[in-house]
Design a protein around this ligand. Sequence first.
Ligand code: PMP
Ligand code: GLN
Length: 388
Amino acid sequence: MSNLNHLFSGLGTTVFTVMSELAAKHDAINLGQGFPDVDGPEAVRRHAAGLLLDGPNQYAAMTGMPELRKAVAADNLRHYGLDIDWQSEVLVTSGATEALTVCLMGMLNPGDEVVMIEPFYDCYLPLVERAGAVAKIVSLMPPEWELPEAQLRAAFSNKTKLVLLNSPMNPTGKVFTRPELELIAGLIEEFDAYAICDEVYEHLIFDDHKHIPLMTLPGMRERCLRIGSAGKTFSLTGWKVGYISGSSSLLSTIAKAHQYVIFCTPPALQHAIAYGLENCGEFYKTLAAELQGKRDFLKSTLEGLGLKVLPVDGTYFLTADITPFGFEGTDYDFCKFITEKARVGAIPTSVFYHPETPNVPHNLVRFCFCKRDEVLSEAAQRLQQHLR
Ligand code: PMP
Ligand code: GLN
């Protein structure tokens, strides 16, 4: 193994696969890996099915089909007032994961520094490090996940190339506020840097919170790459259709990475997502309202068992503090325990911290609540039966 790539040969299998396999082995309800158990709009799926039969079924345009690029540009205008040129400022990717990969490959040189706010999504660190860049970590801590201004400022230097920002944030469920975004934007300008904005949960927001793309702040239009995912917006996570919106001066180089990583995304899926963006806006509005109810149900279930549930403003995920429950062991032990004994799977939050961060919390567990009500009820019953 040692003559293979040092970084990847030293990594374990992603926690989502590990915990999903453990859940399957114990016939557990999988509240670990984040995916809905109801597929997105039937009209979108029918649209794709028709195109799979009738075509097009050959390579699509490298930067994405015009129909989808136009729909993404129109969506930027409709939701955020962003005027995006569909021809030069939208790149269609195979999921947000590919979008993140090609943005990092296209922008980073060895030795560049990347400001990363943890806990962060699990692919971020390996991709940044594989590009030869240096992660400068800013730690958010429970229960409020406040952005620590001094630590953020200290993470910037004249080597800072970009900030990797995820809002609404996985795994915390935090939605960054305007003052926090203004702080980040000010530092980006001061240090002449860029931002890759992972906004895959842009439409899955609760209560009266509002998603504000960093790109809409003064001075940020040319410095931000905004990433969306049809998987999240339309509950079709297996489709892996993503899109990047941003200045052509950045996107033209990122497309050079994309052309050699994947070249293009299945045309039927692109076309169907274009249809969804244009016709199915009600779907994700309803979805957000439904998810809010599911969050509240799971929250009251877990609180009833003595766990403390942290505030959640968006995403599929809720974080519970297991300390009050008196479990002896780490968050990982707890997830293993409930998967094996109560047959309900979850994800330990500590995996989303940098391995060298001091004082990583080991008392937090991430539960995914985008499941049918009867599935959540069954999970609640199992937890009540085994944890009481
Ligand atoms: N970013 C975040 C924050 C995510 O949670 C996920 C996965 N759900 C992704 C990116 C990857 O999205 P996709 O499935 O579109 O690749
Ligand atoms: N984003 C999903 C999560 O956080 C997992 C996606 C994956 O398994 N790669 O649960």
